[in-house]
Design a protein around this ligand. Sequence first.
Ligand SMILES: [Zn+2]
Length: 419
Amino acid sequence: MKITIHGGAREIGGSCIGVQTEDCKVALDYGTKFEDSSSNNFPEDFDAVIISHAHLDHSGRLLSLSKKKPVIVGSKITREVTVALLQDMVKVQSQNDYNYPYFKHNANAIREHWWVRDYVALPGMTIKLHPAGHVAGARMTSIHSEDKAVLYTGDFCVHDSEILEGCNTKTLPKKPDVLIAESTYGGKVRSPRNELVDEFFMQILSAMERKGNVLIPTFAFHRSQEMAKRIDDAMKDGVLPRYNVYTISNLANKITDYFNENKECFTKKIQRQKQPFNYSHVKHLYRTGQIKEPAVVICTSGFGHAGASLSLLKDWAEDENNSVLLTSGYLPPDSPLKSAKEERRFRNNGDEISVKAEIEQIELSGHADQLELVQMVEKLKPKRTILVHGDIEQAQALSEEIEEMTEVCIPEKGESIAI
Ligand SMILES: [Zn+2]
């Protein structure tokens, strides 16, 4: 068996790992990088492609397989959301680039050769998917072939969030020959989630007391719904006072419908509710012009580089009563939010905008932190561990914590490992 890291080596973005035996060749994820969604330098001759979850850095390059049509395997909600995100990507990219090579029908075609399964048998290889936490429908992948066992975590999370259960490490196959693990927060230990959620509410509350606006840039998939649900419940329970709260993102709104239709993906508490993602105090708007200020607005893009979050960042940055709440730990180097946070100014269309609004980062992440990653290795006892999906510093910090328990490898892009 040969494992090749085609993307997502020593970095976040463009995840793709090839697993090849005498009889078959599969890809674990097929993702894009943030700044590059049309080129493809991954092999295209896979028999099957397993998609761990619907974030585009794990699924965004599937369009380039629309001619070869390998079998795609993943959960139902991963399929629905991936197709919706790819359709949106085609729409945005073709507006910016007349020569963009893909069309809506290429995105729709992905659905047709997608197998919604948790178990697949290929020539000489069996594949099983296991819930991974992280986002709705996320799966880990275990592969058995040639007497070898491989477990790929994808992005995962052990602790529960308000709407999603963390992965159950007890049900994962023990002592795999190879564990391929994400290492996004390999060097970071986070505060317990309830403390972070309290801090999140305190930040919103103090902006509300100033009658300020709060901008919460998020991803359309999962984080948007999780955030809206959290604020809606807090208003129902009297943790937060009534205030104008909005979501602005038609894509997020469409995904919210999938969430209501697929309640089985979520916690038991969510499953008992009739339409859990129909909010009482959070309203969906179509455009920023409909906002009644002061307001809390949950909107895309998550990195503040486009859409409603960029336009509100421009409008609200210069008022010290306003506040921007970042809930992702990672910001791309060229995102306006990163310079707004670190340099207290950002550039837009040649203008320089100075930032007086508060910018707070509270990492309500869906990724395992260092403790969870180390515990995973302690429980599973893999012979060898390959670290992917993390900057080299994060991967090295994790490597130092686990290298006495397992043989660690932090491969470069393109590197192959014989098992
Ligand atoms: Zn992810």
